[in-house]
Design a protein around this ligand. Structure first.
Ligand SMILES: *Cc1c(COP(=O)(O)O)cnc(C)c1O
Length: 383
């Protein structure tokens, strides 16, 4: 038995989790508090905000998938992001991608405006911008690769090592690829962040996050902060995320093969100006993706030749694909990042990041790829 194989790590029954009756599915332990044998002897589980068996089970499997010492399971991806920032000293500098997730930008910029931290948003591909950011002695360097929504890649064999040499800690948001396709800790990052709301749960019915650490001391500090600030997630959601995780490798493969088919088709359409997908040979991150990812993933974006009006007409013409802002779920979603996922980013920052008003992002789900392509053709016909 190879427990290193993700399919085995997610699917195997763990006898030690079976509960009093030896169930193959771990029981839900929703208790807020636990009985002490006496007032001196603290039990392993004492209070549900601090520790919970279902959160621990989920953290164990996620840590196996990511090659982490362990993890903290939070109530959302954003609370995991906040947790990563809580241990920083006042006025610490955080260097982050200028084209990252809109919520990360909102959180870092909001804290920076109030003087809690300093935040530098840079183009992670730009060597001189990265080196000069390191000269400003950041406490934390934030990676998101591929970036969302433009699927730009950052070299994880190089950048975390450079940051480490400059004394900075490093974090990678791995929500877009999942540990099935990329394992940032094994490439030298200190922390990995997930919005488990997305593909890890995969069923679109909860919010959750996780922060995984390579180093046990860092993990212990994060668990302390998560308890202190009350960021830990609900037991039921951890239980349900573990259930979703059972099929993660299968779902990622199916969504990815759909995305590949859709990207190939879009790239051949005259009404499509540009397709951003690392699986396409012409994508600037194609070779890097082949080195550091096990596949190109299920997320892609594209621009239409007709501009923002064409993008709106295209979306209005779709019948199968839904206009909504999330990713990694069972159903294919389209969104217009400029007015949806990235609306927290001011227009000038959007323009710098290349998030144009006519950019559309697709998170390809589990539908038959032929049906998806037929729907996208309906959208193009409506322009
Ligand atoms: C959704 C998302 C988040 C935030 O997660 P929530 O669960 O919505 O709080 C962070 N990073 C990325 C890349 C995301 O897609």
């Amino acid at each position: 038995m190879s427990e290193d194989n993700p399919a085995t790590a997610v699917a195997r029954a763990r006898a030690e989790w079976g509960g009093a009756h030896g169930g193959l599915t771990p029981p839900l332990d929703a208790s807020d508090t636990y009985r002490w044998p006496d007032a001196e002897t603290k039990p392993a589980y004492d209070y549900g905000r601090t520790v919970n068996p279902n959160r621990d089970m989920l953290a164990t499997v996620l840590a196996e998938l990511e090659g982490a010492a362990g993890g903290v399971v939070t109530g959302s991806g954003q609370s995991a992001a906040l947790l990563a920032l809580l241990p920083l000293p006042a006025d610490a500098l955080v260097v982050a991608p200028h084209d990252g997730y809109g919520g990360t930008f909102r959180l870092l910029a909001g804290l920076a405006e109030r003087g809690r931290i300093r935040a530098d948003f840079i183009d992670m591909k730009d060597d001189s911008a990265f080196e000069s950011a390191l000269e400003r002695e950041p406490a934390l360097v934030w990676f998101e690769t591929p970036s969302n929504p433009l699927l730009r890649l950052t070299d994880l064999a190089r950048r975390p090592a450079q940051a480490k040499a400059a004394g900075a800690a490093t974090i990678a948001d791995n929500t877009v690829l999942t540990p099935i396709l990329q394992r940032p800790l094994t490439l030298g990052c200190d922390l990995v962040l997930h919005s488990t709301t997305k593909a890890l749960n995969g069923h679109g019915d909860l919010f959750g996050g996780a922060l995984l650490a390579a180093d046990p001391a860092r993990l212990e500090a994060l668990a302390w902060w998560s308890n202190a600030a009350g960021l830990n997630g609900p037991a039921f959601d951890a239980w349900q995320t573990l259930r979703g995780l059972r099929t993660l490798p299968l779902r990622v493969q199916q969504m990815q093969s759909g995305a590949m088919a859709v990207a190939d088709w879009l790239a051949a359409q005259e009404a499509v100006r540009e397709v951003f997908y690392p699986g396409l040979a012409g994508h600037p991150g194609h070779d890097l993706a082949r080195r550091q990812q096990a596949g190109p993933g299920f997320l892609l974006s594209f621009r239409l030749a007709g501009g923002a009006a064409a993008a709106d007409a295209f979306v209005a013409g779709l019948r199968l694909v839904t206009l909504a802002s999330s990713l990694g779920g069972f159903g294919t979603l389209v969104c217009r990042p400029a007015t949806m996922t990235h609306r927290g980013m001011p227009p000038d920052a959007q323009a710098r990041a290349g998030i144009h008003p006519d950019l559309l992002r697709l998170s390809v789900g589990l539908e038959d790829p032929g049906d998806l392509i037929a729907d996208l053709a309906r959208g193009l016909a409506a322009i």
